[in-house]
Write a protein that binds this ligand. Sequence first.
Ligand code: ZN
Length: 440
Amino acid sequence: MEIIKVLNRELEIIRAQIIETRRDFHQYPEVGWTEFRTAAKVAATLQHLGYEVQKGREVIREEVRMGVPSEAILEASYQKALKSGITEAELEAFKGGFTGVVGTLRLGEGPTVAMRFDMDAIKLLESAKEEHRPTKEGFSSTCHGIMHGCGHDGHTAVGLGVASILMVVKDKLPQGTIKLIFQPSEEGVRGAKSMAASGVLDDVDYVLACHVMANEPIGKIICASNGFLATTKLDVQFKGVPAHAGATPNQGNNALLAACTAVTNLHGISRHSEGASRINVGILEAGSDRNVIPDSAFMKVETRGETSEVNAYMRDYAYRIIKGAADMHSVKVNINCVGEAIGGKSDDALVKTVETVAHEVNRFDEVVLVSDKPGGSEDFSYMMETVQAHGGQAVYFMVGGAPVDTKGVGHHTSGFDFDEEALIKSASVFLGVIVKLLEA
Ligand SMILES: [Zn+2]
């Protein structure tokens, strides 16, 4: 296992650089489709290292993007990236929210191995408390109300660290092609499908992704997490007719009533027998004043299912209820799908490879093969599906990141934090698995 030793040594050399990169991204968080600064930095780094770089529309299919912010928001975010010191030339390819990057390293005839790293942050106000480590150590978000609250800053830093080491050791690697995929807009499951649809995975034999978990202990690896749920995110707008609530209520068409009818029925959907499911109406806003028949209502809905089939059942049922509720109250309704992910399952053979590497790199004290615990959703499933559909293999593994002395602070909370050692551990697995796959 000579090469594993070489990779481990190289990792130690750039350990500080990986952490520094993560902290830079942490200070400049960008939400889905506005990762202009992040994507430009990633592309520039890959270019500098000597990768063949594809970016923007080359790696994102426009009509498959979901939940894209308004033109005004995209433009404001673009201008902000410009002001941060990124040049127009570096940013141009990403304009309009095409914030994906792929770096390719060709090492002759052999298998193609791809890795996915997500880059986006979330709308969340970062904790200013002194005990919050990014605050204490001076690298917290500089952008009010936006925070890397899920660790994707770390994922992007791992991707660039892996990229840098692969270039250093490339003459020692077996033949094949390596692709590093930097994905926008994982939050809300909006970005992966458009990258898969661009064709960047069509020649890929193996695809890997990893999530750092702040609520699993540092030193633990779960070689395959099969627990992610298929999901659909819907924005629903009801449009009725306003009227005087005292004088002529009969002349109004009540959008608020339609929305309320929908909400109670959505939560009452009879469940599917073949797997767990979820439904949630997370936002409902309606009406304009006390004495006006409400002419508008807006809600944000999501469905989830243990399998794509169970989610499709929930989603289709939800569409019928929403349309039926609108009909009952003679209001118009517009249902907009702003995010969707299918279910996904890692391939056993590739999970085994991750397990073998996890032991060989000697950086883990607890190696768990598979977790089926249902939890969030992850649109990496579209990349898995694309690769598996043409006979390739996929794996999604998780690396624990809770500091030894705590149980960790939850993802998507303002105090979210993780032990950066998890990044080094994650990178070591990516590197080890690449070598194994190219050797095979
Ligand atoms: Zn995440």
